[in-house]
Structure formats: C-alpha cells, structure tokens
Design a protein around this ligand. Structure first.
Ligand code: CA
Length: 548
C-alpha cells in the first residue's frame, strides 16, 4: 500500500465519508511522522519543578545538583533495568534568574537562578542527562519579563529610555473583555499604564518591536548553543500579541512571529524541539500549525481523559483524541493529565488509586508525545493555591521525605508523603510508580503505541467501556478499559469501517493477564461481535497485541 492509501484507510475508519475528499490532501501536506526522532516517537517527557525535586546543599530548596543526583530515577540509561521511569525527556520549569519562587518572571535570561545553582551546574546536568538518553528542554518565557528586570526598570523610570517601545503603554487602563484581572498597571507615579496580562510583576513584551524580538532570539541561541538545551517549552504562546479592542488571546500577528522564531531556533539547532503552551481547545490551536512550533500541549485531550476516568464516560476522551488525530499533524501534539497549573490527578480522583492507574494506562497508550508532571507517577495530591500544586517530591520515609537535609523544605510536604512515596512504591510491584515504569517501557518497545500511529476507536455499545486500536509499523494493538465501578462481562467490540486486513488473529497480552482469544476479520475488514476478554473488573484495562 502507498502511504496515501494507508492514510485513506485510517481516515475511513474514523470519518464520515463526506469528509474524505477534503482531508487526505491536508493530511499529506502536513504529515512528516517519519521525521520524528525516536525519543519523541516512543518516549515520554517528565516535567520537573527544580525547586521541589531534590535539595543537594541543605537550604531547603531543590537545585540542579539535586536533580543530577536523581537522574537515575528518571532514566538510568540502561534499557535492561526496570527500576527507572524510562523518560527520554525532561521539561524544566523556568530556571533563569527570577525574584519569584516559580520563575515565570525573569530578571536575567542568561543566568541560572542562584537558588538552583550555576550555569556550570546546568551544563553538567546536560552532560549527565545525555549519557542517559534524556533530552532536557527548558521553559522559555517570551510573553513577558519581570518588572524588576533592568530593561523594564529603565523603560518604566525614563520615558526616553531606548527600551520604552519594548512594552505597551496607555494613558488610561483599558478593558480586556473576558479577562478577570486588571491588565493595565500604573507606571509608578506617572499618569500612565503598562500592559501585564498576568500580573503587574510581569509586563508583557511588545513583540512587534524588532529589538525586543532580536533579544529573545538571542536568548534561544544562548540556551541551545552555549548551555546545550535540547529545546524549549514556550510559555503563554496564545497571548503574544494584544488585539485593538483589548483581545488577549490568539491575535493573528502571533503566527508570523512564531514562524520566524521557530525558523531561527532551527537555524541555530536543527534538531531542537519546541512545544508551546496554548491553553485552549483544538480549534483554537489549529492555526498554530503547521509551520510554527513543533508541537503544542493538547488541553482538550487532557480534560477529556481526566473527565472520562472521573465520570466513567468515554465520549469526551474519544472525541478529543479523534479530533486531534484528524486535524493536527501526526505526532506533533502532546497528551498529558495535569501540569503545574492544575489540580493534581489524584486530587481530581478523590484519592481513588484504581482511577489514577487507569488514567495512566490511557495516557501512555494514546498517540502524541506524552508529558508527565513529577509526582503524578506516585499519585501525589495537590490543589490550589499554586504552591500546593508544586510541593516537594516524596523520596523516602524520613521527616522531609528525603527531599532536603534542612529542618524544613521551602514548602510543606503533602499529607500523603508516606504513601505517595518513591521508597514505599519502589518495592511494591503493583504500585502506581511501577505501573508507570511498565507502561513507559511498553510504549518504548511497542511500535503501534508510538506518537505517530493510528488511533481507531471501536464501538463498545457502552459509554462506560473504551476500546481503541493503535496501529503503526505493521503492528496492531487493542486497548480496552472499563471506566466504571461495575464489573463488565462479555463486552463485544465492533468497527463500522474496515480496520484490519481479513483473516484470523490471536491476541497476546502486553498489559494485564488475559488468555489468548481469536478474532476473525471478515472480507470487508471490519470487526464484529468480538469479545477480546471475558470480563473487565472495575477500572481494569488491557493492552493486547493482535497477530495473524
Ligand atoms: Ca538547595
């Protein structure tokens, strides 16, 4: 089969035929799945808040040397061991100089936050990560800087400052329809206001200013060329330009700006990876493809996934993934459960471990390049305010959970530090941690589960059971899961379209203990009345390979 006919087969499975004449051309124009490197095609990215991961020098604050000491937990570089997570990537939340604990207001883009160490420590991290096959991407804040940055101080204090046009000024505050907080902030004692969407401490750049843009390009060059980062997670991409009537998201000027910026990044480091935060649905994110950043976080899939597992209804998850697969370039979007801005998954599930296990199984068998927020693999809890979403990691059973030698960590631990704990879960084969380790390893070893493979939902006749085929590289696997609290017996699966070549298949369990079951695919290529497993316990999931 040609690639086009394969693509048509994939589309036949998931689309009303009326759309078929439109979509294949779009798909072929955007498809470049074979260019995705292995670390993104079959790997997983682990989001780390350095302040909360591991403190090496006893000041109660996590640091880069602490993270280096824990790299073997993330990936020890030896494919034969099963005692590491096996992540191929780390996203570091901001590590540049900043007066805040979170770091999203930068005062010096060229220097590692002194709380976290030095630029040399970062270079050592890169060397140690590379040895283990871990690619380190850093958070890049291009929407705004800190109000304490010398450039903004100059612009604020001196109307003749050469940096004045790097920011947005107004003689009076103006409304930003639909945004709750004030966005215009008084400029000292002057009768003048500057624009800072998130907070007065974060004045937005005027990205129409060529000098500001050149400066931000140079920041990317520095982290790629001098520091050795593998790429960037780019913050607040949906808010780069403000519209004439105070619109605060998706101004069209962002697209040429991002196109140029991404081209510059590639000119410095052709293999660099860029992933943007556009906190919105798939329709809103589509215009940020195909020629801007490499990838974007898929919030619609994340919400669909968490809601499906919480509510026991698969519809929202299947719809979101199907839409992402249909409308976005293959492999160039990222599913996740939760990030540092959101209530942690286990808290969403009210401490219900089987739901957390199921959510992990679904996340790590979806297409796209999945991201995992630190501590989620343990089921750490956490709810707003923000610092409580970003609390210290629980390593051991000592007083500070092995995070620090100081009397107190920078932020108090969560009350679940004795159970959502690496030492405890490491030695329990059935723990959530070991479940994550198995799934990440399975994803790496199973071509069909890769980022660019097909996602073909099957008809279960019940919203409480989700089933989908993943298909790539000549391999097909079935994922089937019971989202509900009741045992399900004799669940049948069907497809409305041709999904497999005709013939007899048998199953082989890759996850879950199940006896092999035969599947007969008829001449029309469809699946009808197939019972792949006799029963599904509440929140139970299977991953089965199909072989002819
Ligand atoms: Ca420290």
């Amino acid at each position: 089969m040609t690639r086009t006919s394969l693509a048509c087969l994939a589309l036949l499975c998931i689309l009303p035929s009326a759309l078929l004449c439109i979509l294949p051309s779009r798909l072929s124009a955007q498809a470049a799945p074979h260019e995705l490197p292995e670390w993104r095609r079959h790997g997983v990215c682990y989001e780390v808040f350095v302040r909360s991961f591991q403190d090496s020098d006893g000041d109660g604050v996590g640091d880069l040397r602490g993270l280096i000491g824990k790299l073997d937990y993330i990936n020890d570089g030896d494919p034969a061991t099963t005692t590491d997570l096996g992540a191929t990537c780390i996203w570091l939340m901001p590590i540049a100089q900043s007066p805040s604990y979170h770091g999203y207001d930068v005062t010096n883009y060229y220097e590692v936050n002194r709380d976290y160490g030095t630029n040399e420590d970062f270079k050592l991290l890169i060397a140690e990560a590379e040895r283990r096959g871990i690619h380190v991407i850093v958070d890049l804040v291009l929407n705004h800087m800190s109000s304490e940055h010398p450039i903004f101080r100059s612009a604020l204090l001196d109307p003749a400052s050469p940096w004045r046009d790097w920011f947005l000024w107004s003689p009076a505050p103006r409304p930003a329809p639909g945004w709750e907080a004030p966005v215009w902030h008084r400029a000292g004692s002057r009768d003048e206001y500057y624009y800072g969407l998130f907070w007065g401490g974060m004045p937005d750049y005027n990205l129409a200013n060529a000098a500001a843009t050149a400066k931000l390009r140079d920041v990317a060059r520095f982290w790629l060329e001098v520091m050795g980062a593998a790429g960037f997670r780019i913050d607040a991409v949906g808010h780069f330009f403000e519209g004439p009537a105070g619109e605060w998201k998706h101004d069209a000027r962002a697209h040429p700006w991002l196109r140029d910026y991404a081209a510059y990044v590639r000119s410095v480091a052709p293999a660099a990876f860029t992933i943007g935060e556009v906190w919105d649905g798939i329709d809103a994110i589509r215009p940020y493809y195909p020629d801007q950043l490499d990838s974007y976080f898929m919030f619609e899939v994340a919400d669909g996934l968490v809601n499906a597992v919480r509510s026991g209804s698969a519809a929202q998850l299947v719809a979101a993934v199907t839409k992402a697969q249909r409308e976005l370039p293959r492999g160039r979007w990222s599913p996740f459960l939760r990030n540092h801005d959101q209530t942690r998954t286990m808290t969403e599930f009210g401490g219900h471990v089987p739901r957390a296990r199921l959510a992990a199984t679904l996340l790590l068998t979806l297409p796209g390049f999945p991201f995992l927020y630190y501590g989620e693999e343990l089921g750490m809890t956490g709810d707003k305010p923000d610092p409580r979403l970003r609390t210290p990691m629980h390593w051991t059973l000592d007083r500070t959970a092995g995070f620090t030698h100081a009397a107190l960590p920078w932020e108090p631990l969560q009350p679940d530090s004795f159970t959502a704990n690496v030492a405890v879960q490491h030695s329990d084969p059935e723990s959530l941690l070991n479940h994550h380790r198995r799934l990440i390893r399975l994803r790496a070893a199973t071509p069909a589960l890769g980022a660019t493979g097909d996602f073909i939902p099957l008809d279960t006749g019940s919203d409480g059971v989700v089933a989908y085929l993943r298909r790539d590289g000549g391999q097909t696997v079935l994922v089937i899961a019971n989202l509900g609290e009741q045992r399900v017996a004799g669940q049948t699966l069907a497809s409305t379209d041709a999904v497999l070549p005709a013939g007899r298949y048998t199953t082989r369990p890759l996850l879950g203990r199940a006896a092999p079951v035969a599947l007969h695919v008829g001449d029309d290529g469809s699946i009808q009345g197939w019972v792949p497993v006799p029963t599904l316990e509440p929140f139970e999931a299977y991953v089965l390979e199909l072989a002819r």
